[in-house]
Write a protein that binds this ligand. Structure first.
Ligand code: 5RP
Length: 234
């Protein structure tokens, strides 16, 4: 007997957003490829299109996504050869309803994600409706990438701002290390009492911080997938 598995609606929504986003890639483009489960679906779909003749070059926002793209035959480049990207497609942890404000980086790739996004004419964010929040920080912390040397003092300064930072650790209790060989401190935005804009400034002014996961108004468009179709924020 064959069993047909009902598809999880959240997964189906994610796939819808990813497929729509991947459909925006055009022949000849230089494309930024994001990180996370939604981005993995985008890469899968772009890989399918490449196998059918689409010609693009790409830069990935993590070693993981790079490996996924290479395994699908996507032609990869780097910033030494390609300073400007036409389009980057990535996911997000939170999207503030009615805005283009995001929290990103819970996949640990926020620094490369921001570098790649800044090098792109357009940043397209693909999400399912679970990512929509009234206020940034309601569900997720803000990941802040810091230099390992003296991270305890960086954490103290972030604590003084009220962010209650917590070091991200692996299952073995050792610090999680990013592709850039940094640590991540998870910061609680609501606890700080600061607005997202104020917090972004505070993070940037903190010595030891390399980058933070607040992407405020950087996206050109957010595509929200659902079983019924797609909606947009722009
Ligand atoms: C990785 C990210 C991801 O885009 C974010 O975590 C969303 O991931 P997913 O698509 O798996 O929900 O910012 O650093």
């Amino acid at each position: 007997m064959t069993t047909i598995k009902a598809q999880d609606p959240a997964e189906a929504a994610k796939r819808k957003a990813a497929e729509w986003a991947a459909s925006q890639v055009e022949d000849g483009m230089a494309v930024g490829l994001g990180t996370g489960t939604t981005s993995a679906l985008v890469i899968e779909e772009v890989g399918r299109r490449v196998a059918s003749g689409l010609r693009i070059t790409a830069i990935a926002t993590s070693e993981q996504s790079h490996r996924e793209a290479v395994s699908l035959g996507i032609s990869m480049t780097d910033f030494a050869h390609q300073l400007h990207l036409d389009l980057t497609i990535d996911g997000a942890d939170e999207v503030q309803e009615g805005t283009l404000h995001l929290i990103k980086g819970h996949g640990g790739a926020l620094l490369r994600e921001k570098i790649v996004a800044m090098a792109s004419s357009k940043l397209l964010i693909a999400v399912d409706p679970r990512k929509l929040v009234k206020t940034l920080g309601s569900v997720f912390t803000v990941p802040v990438e810091v230099v390992p040397f003296g991270w305890e003092t960086t954490a103290k300064r972030l604590r003084d701002h009220g962010f209650a930072p917590e070091l991200r650790v692996n299952d073995d209790g050792k610090p999680f290390i990013t592709d850039g060989q940094h640590y991540i401190l998870h910061c609680d935005l609501p606890k700080s009492g600061l607005t997202a804009e104020e917090a972004a400034v505070a993070f940037k002014q903190t010595v030891g911080v390399v980058e933070h996961g607040l992407f405020l108004g950087m996206a050109s468009r957010v595509v929200i997938g659902s079983v019924e179709g797609t909606q947009f924020l722009e």
